[in-house]
Design a protein around this ligand. Structure first.
Ligand SMILES: [Fe+2]
Ligand SMILES: [Fe+2]
Length: 164
């Protein structure tokens, strides 16, 4: 967790505790899974890059990175993991982090909707989803500009394509 660079540190209860909790929740394979800890770090990094440009809620983006795949029950098809992540994240407010109601709503919508393959005009939710998609090269898939929600996400996807 990139706590020191977040502009929202005052809203945190504890980053290390949160990382430990989501890792434990995911299961013993969290450090080896293609959808596990390394992916969450990558999503956080992409999310911070985008949020620094577009003003998205950085804490929501960071929390999304660590929660969004934490409830996967298998590595292949699990359409319900976004909804479960939203409910898990909601249950941890006040224990692992603090967010006002409006930001919690964004976090839950971002987690719940990230499995649907959609784009959005909401800058914070769009930053979350773009950050997740920008890590698709880990599974051999090129992120496509057409599926990005933010201008920065489109630019980064384009740069990745040019590097291929
Ligand atoms: Fe996911
Ligand atoms: Fe993901």
């Amino acid at each position: 967790m990139n706590c020191n660079t977040s502009s929202n540190n005052e809203r945190w209860i504890g980053c290390a505790k949160l990382i430990q909790a989501v890792t434990r929740h995911f299961g013993p394979h969290a450090k080896k899974s293609i959808h596990g800890v390394q992916h969450w770090r990558n999503v956080e990094n992409h999310g911070m890059t985008i949020a620094r440009e577009n003003g998205a809620d950085m804490l929501v983006v960071e929390l999304f990175a660590w929660f969004h795949d934490s409830c996967l029950v298998n590595e292949h098809i699990d359409d319900g993991h976004g909804y479960r992540a939203a409910k898990f994240a909601e249950a941890q407010r006040g224990k692992l982090y603090n967010l006002p109601d409006q930001s919690l709503d964004l976090l839950m919508r971002a987690c719940d909707g990230h499995t649907c393959g959609l784009a959005t005009t909401d800058i914070t939710i769009g930053t979350c989803w773009d950050a997740d998609r920008l890590d698709l090269p880990r599974v051999g898939t090129q992120p496509l500009e057409a599926f990005m929600s933010t201008g920065t996400g489109r630019r980064l996807a384009d740069q990745m394509r040019l590097q291929c």
